[in-house]
Design a protein around this ligand. Structure first.
Ligand code: DX5
Ligand code: ZN
Length: 220
């Protein structure tokens, strides 16, 4: 099943509750929350208090994408704050196995995220303890960037790697997804599709979300 996860990074923070209710009503499956620390990525966004507030405002599961150094120091706290999915970057953690295991033990799904220039081989061992892989299709840090075309083949190769080795990890794709490429990434094997600016930057986010869903209907 394809799940569309609107990224609140491109939402209007002045009326965040309203915007979340809008995408919830329009059929979003998850809510993607980008946590940035100004160190792992050159931008600072939101943290634990915002995740906590959002979790009280929506029934949608929260998918926290931690773009922070040493994510092991905070990952469990994001679960306590209300995130049902927490992903950490393989480039940011020296103890990926430990952190993924701790996220699971805290009761959430554990995701391992990789940057565009990080090879899939970096996931080799982590796949055994990951519930999902978050493949970045832009360099993390900002919404509204252009999809890196080589990401499509990376999704296909990851799909093959997961299927051949009998793992159950789902593939999440994040960055530059819009109505023109959403069907391609779904066809390549992505199951969770993050979209920020294509939804919240549209005149009507609910319509934009439905268009993305309709474009992936073949893979539902
Ligand atoms: C980028 C973030 C993305 C971002 C996607 O670092 O991880 O989740 O919000 O936004 P769009 O869909 O605009 O590329
Ligand atoms: Zn993200």
């Amino acid at each position: 099943m394809i799940e569309i996860a609107p990224s609140i990074l491109s939402a209007d923070f002045n009326r965040l509750g309203e915007q979340i209710a809008m995408v919830e009503g329009a059929g979003a499956s998850l809510l993607h929350v980008d946590v940035m620390d100004g160190r792992f990525v050159p931008n600072i966004t939101v943290g634990l208090p915002v995740v906590k507030a959002i979790s009280r405002a929506t029934r949608l599961p929260i998918d926290a994408h931690l773009m922070i150094v040493e994510p092991g120091r905070y990952a469990e706290q994001f679960v306590v704050a209300g995130a049902q999915m927490v992903s950490i970057h393989v480039e940011a953690d020296q103890h990926v196995h430990r952190t993924l295991t701790a996220i699971r033990a805290a009761g959430a799904q554990a995701g391992v995220a990789i940057n565009p220039a990080t090879p899939l081989s970096a996931l080799d061992e982590a796949l055994k303890v990951a519930d999902y892989v978050l493949l970045m299709s832009v360099n993390p840090g900002f919404g509204g960037q252009e999809f890196i075309p080589a990401s499509l083949d990376k999704v296909r190769r990851l799909r093959k790697m997961i299927d051949e080795r009998g793992f159950r990890a789902r593939i999440e794709i994040d960055g530059g997804i819009d109505r023109d490429n959403v069907a391609d990434v779904a066809g390549a094997g992505a199951e969770i599709i993050v979209s920020g600016s294509a939804i919240f930057g549209a005149p009507d986010p609910a319509v934009a979300l439905r268009e993305l869903r309709e474009a992936t209907v073949l893979w539902v």
